[in-house]
Ligand binder design. Structure first.
Ligand code: GLN
Length: 451
């Protein structure tokens, strides 16, 4: 049924870069055989899943939205992919994304944008617009995404879906094509909070192949949903993310959601996070610095594309021609920013200062969580914008992630849950909740109370 749905709508939505087709049918038959043979399978066995193209998949193309990886078929699976396969889930294919997960609209994909199923002239968010659109368009019931500065939560906000960025280190990054290793986290994209919790339970857990993976076991997120109870829960509204720059209808739905929680016994208080206003600036030094280092491996020798200048060339000339042809403009912009920020003489002024700001953002979270159980804000400032609206102005594109980036800088978990449609344009709005590191279950508790 999902493959039929993909054939029917993906020509217009373009959520997928690769569809598994027959192989998905064979995997489904294999699950049936395992079940018949008495294998005890988990709750998501037999459920299809779409996988963001940032995750490497054995035998399936994995491009991270870039021409430089066109045609590359990885010889291994990323750990989250191994885990969904072991749980008996059926990979449907790979979803579209901004190139190397840099963007908030999928307009930076080398393979053309994904369209928002709510309005095909609008962006589905980014970088994981393909995963969110596939779920919103009922092409897939569940999807995997990656969130470095909001790429799971912001697409969820603009497509009316649920998106979760787990605590840093909760889900293995092994086999996730790295954007910024200290910020990247893999997580669920779904239509309900319970679905997200079930998928979270499948993918979380220690992985010796990821040195930043948390060794302790996790409580069940699905249990947190089933037992959802917000009475006495203290919810802090982040004052800096509830005013200027936020669309009226986004704020209206945000406050209505808070009222619903208040009616269920939650206590709403205002909190301040004075350093959040510097988070984007710090992020756009730390991210390009790490990205410029991570992308150095795309050198025309190890993976994918190789462009040889006519008449041949030295290794350096081949590398340069390949990177010129294989990387898009946003990727080049960030490599240049990153190498500059890391260069001798500037390192302390830029990268060093950004790391200090990162610590101040972490302290804002610590201070806020001393008084509240979870924090809340709108997930993003506006509903889905039209294609091209922000493409010529990178800074306006970067500002989309003003509410989501602080969580990545601090490593804390976040969820975006649908909060209704903005009255002025009829487009989806998301409410974001943030919890202290390792307290992901609190997000499912509060998220479930809104369903
Ligand atoms: N939009 C942000 C960026 O461009 C977030 C990306 C992400 O989370 N992968 O960096």
């Amino acid at each position: 049924a999902h493959l039929d749905r993909i054939s029917a709508v993906d020509g217009a939505v373009h959520a997928f870069l690769h569809v598994e087709g027959e192989r998905a049918i064979e995997t489904a038959a294999e699950i049936d055989r395992r079940r018949a043979a008495g294998d005890v399978l988990g709750p998501l066995a037999g459920v299809p899943i779409a996988i963001k193209d940032v995750l490497v998949t054995k035998g399936m193309p994995s491009t991270s939205g870039s021409r430089i990886l066109e045609g590359w078929i990885p010889p291994y699976d990323a750990t989250p992919v191994t885990k969904v396969r072991e749980a008996g889930m059926i990979p449907l294919g790979k979803t579209n994304m901004d190139e190397f997960a840099m963007g908030s609209s999928t307009e930076h994909s080398a393979y053309g944008p994904t369209h928002n199923p709510w309005d095909l002239d609008r962006i589905p968010g980014g970088s994981g617009g393909g995963s969110a659109a596939s779920v919103a368009a009922f092409e897939a019931p569940l999807a995997l995404g990656s969130d470095t500065g909001g790429s799971i939560r912001q697409p969820a906000h603009v497509t009316g879906t649920v998106g979760v960025k787990p605590t840093y280190g909760a889900v293995s990054r092994y086999g996730s094509i790295a954007l910024a290793s200290s910020l990247d986290q893999i997580g669920p994209v779904t239509r309900t909070v319970l679905d997200a919790a079930l998928l979270h339970d499948v993918i979380a857990g220690h992985d010796p192949l990821d040195s930043t993976s948390i060794p302790e076991a996790w409580p069940s997120m699905a249990e947190a949903v089933r037992r959802a109870d917000v009475s006495g829960l203290r919810i802090g509204v982040i004052k800096e993310l509830d005013g200027e720059g936020f669309q009226a209808g986004v704020r209206q739905r945000f406050h209505e959601s808070l009222e619903l929680l208040e009616q269920q016994g939650a206590e709403i208080v205002e909190v301040s996070a004075p350093h959040f206003e510097y988070a984007i600036a710090a992020y756009y030094l730390i991210l390009p610095a790490e990205a410029s280092s991570n992308l150095a491996k795309f050198d025309s020798v190890r993976f994918g594309l190789r462009v040889t200048p006519s008449g041949g060339g030295t290794v350096e000339q081949v590398m340069s021609a390949t990177r010129e042809a294989g990387f898009g403009p946003e990727v080049k912009r960030r490599i240049i920013l990153g190498t500059y920020a890391l260069s001798a003489g500037y390192y302390d002024a830029y990268y060093g200062s950004a790391q200090k700001v990162r610590t101040l953002v972490q302290r804002d979270f610590d201070a806020a969580f001393a008084g509240v159980d979870v924090l809340a804000s709108p997930t993003a400032p506006t509903t889905a914008f039209k294609f091209g609206e922000k493409l010529a102005d990178p800074v306006s594109m970067y500002l989309n992630d003003i509410a989501t980036i602080p969580a990545n800088l601090a490593g804390v978990p976040g969820i975006s849950v649908p909060a209704g449609l903005a009255p002025e344009d009829g487009l989806p709005v998301g409410i974001q909740f943030l919890a202290p590191a390792r307290e992901d279950a609190r997000l499912y508790n509060v998220g479930a109370a809104l369903e």
